[in-house]
Design a protein around this ligand. Structure first.
Ligand code: LRH
Ligand code: MN
Ligand code: MN
Length: 424
């Protein structure tokens, strides 16, 4: 489905009076509006190719219809999202769920929609049909060198796909671990993982980054070999300058202080990227900002503070991605909501009075420090985000326009009601 620009312009025109009123009221109270707007325009969040179809749980899956049936249709879906909000200009592929057949054609299709290829993701947590060795007892940690080699070769293959598409990073998430005490020698598992990663690292071009993603538990329930940011950082440090820790918001034990983790990883120059989602219990993969919006804001507050302190470019120096799953909602609607929640948290963190906050911290003025943060968090910045997206060529309310244009109904017409997208 093509989304013509005039439809966005017509929509914005109809909304203009109401939007301008809200924006001007908000802008009046801010000292750095133009700077914030430019940062919001520049900020892009990658969409994972596996989040475009209905996910599921191990108990069931209820397809919503009109799901993308191919990589081309996935690119088309991300293109739709990007033309609506101008904030998701990249797609992230999971191999072998999505294998490009013709690199040039895939690249030029993406370019038509203004999309680039973000991190490529390897998959050694499932056995594929034509696979020689099984990952049942792990991949890079495995006791059998042949299994480890298979995992290494797969990752090198993924890098090759990425190079051909113009990606510049590899995300490695391993399901490796153990489900029962005694099953694993922790030290050997870690050493095997390190050695395997070293071989993959050596195959990466110099301008590439490796993101080492950690996760506390699942699918293993006793130990995970890269289970927390300490284990990931240890690996990243041993691997070298091109290796970083990747934070997925759903991968922590309950009540973890993720904003503090972010701050220290930034301090060490070892924060690589993000997988955004939200959760009530653990890796629920819910819409970003839907359960704990204050936490999302506090994380962005540390990101902005830490990146500014190191002179980093917010838009380009870290990898930003959504990693979510949709069991109930239309995946495209859900992704629009996630992007918006991320943009709102980012905008709020950009309007924090940093000088006043530093002063309050220096003076141990706890109440004042809290007020400063909550002032920003309680500011309704939606018109600011909308203004940035309109300036970038998007709609002032992407979700509303998505519904108005009956995008899902059109996709069902085109693709059918019973479609199944590859992924989780
Ligand atoms: C693991 C994870 C990881 C995978 C994705 C499908 O829970 O977050 O990033 O690649 O989900
Ligand atoms: Mn993830
Ligand atoms: Mn996850």
């Amino acid at each position: 489905m093509q989304l013509e620009k005039y439809k966005i312009d017509e929509f914005n025109y109809a909304q203009q009076a109401a939007h301008t009123r809200k924006f001007e009221f908000l802008a009046e109270g801010l000292s750095n509006v133009e700077d914030v707007l430019q940062k919001l325009v520049d900020f892009q969040i990658a969409i994972p190719s596996w989040a475009l179809g209905t996910g599921g749980t191990r108990f069931g899956r209820f397809s919503g219809g009109g799901e993308p049936r191919s990589l081309e249709e996935k690119i088309e879906d991300v293109g739709l999202l990007h033309s609506l909000n101008r904030s998701c200009g990249a797609i992230s592929l999971h191999i072998p769920w999505d294998i490009p057949q013709d690199y040039q054609a895939t690249k030029s299709l993406a370019a038509q929609y203004g999309l680039t290829f973000d991190a490529v993701n390897s998959n050694t947590f499932q056995d594929q049909a034509n696979q020689q060795k099984s990952y049942k007892f792990g991949s890079m940690q495995h006791t059998d060198k042949a299994v480890r080699q298979q995992a290494i070769d797969h990752n090198i293959e993924v890098i090759k796909h990425g190079i051909a598409l113009g990606s510049e990073s590899l995300t490695v998430w391993l399901a490796d671990g153990s489900s029962f005490p005694g099953q694993l020698n922790f030290r050997k598992a870690f050493q095997n993982t390190l050695e395997s990663l070293q071989e993959v690292y050596a195959a990466m071009p110099d301008n590439w980054k490796m993101y080492v993603e950690y996760k506390a538990f699942e699918p293993n329930f006793y130990s995970t070999t890269i289970g927390d940011w300490g284990q990931s950082l240890l690996l990243a440090n041993k691997l070298g300058d091109k290796a970083y820790t990747l934070v997925d918001l759903g991968h922590h034990l309950p009540n973890a202080n993720i904003e503090q983790i972010v701050s220290l990883l930034l301090m060490e120059g070892k924060l690589g990227g993000f997988h955004f989602n939200d959760s009530k219990y653990s890796d629920d993969d819910l819409t970003a900002g839907s359960i704990k919006p204050y936490q999302l804001f506090l994380i962005f507050n540390e990101l902005v503070e830490g990146m500014d302190a190191r002179g980093m470019n917010h838009a380009t120096d870290l990898g930003w991605m959504i990693d979510a799953s949709h069991n109930l909602k239309d995946p495209l609607e859900d992704l629009l909501q996630s992007v918006q929640a991320i943009m709102i948290a980012y905008a709020q963190s950009l309007i924090v009075d940093r000088t006043a906050l530093a002063e309050a911290q220096q003076n141990n003025d706890v109440a004042r420090a809290q007020e400063i943060l909550q002032d920003a968090f309680r500011t309704d910045v939606r018109a600011l985000v909308a203004e940035a997206q309109v300036r970038a060529g998007g709609a002032s309310n992407a979700l509303q326009l998505y519904r108005q244009l009956k995008v899902r109904e059109n996709l069902i017409q085109e693709r059918g009601l019973k479609t199944v997208s590859s992924g989780l």
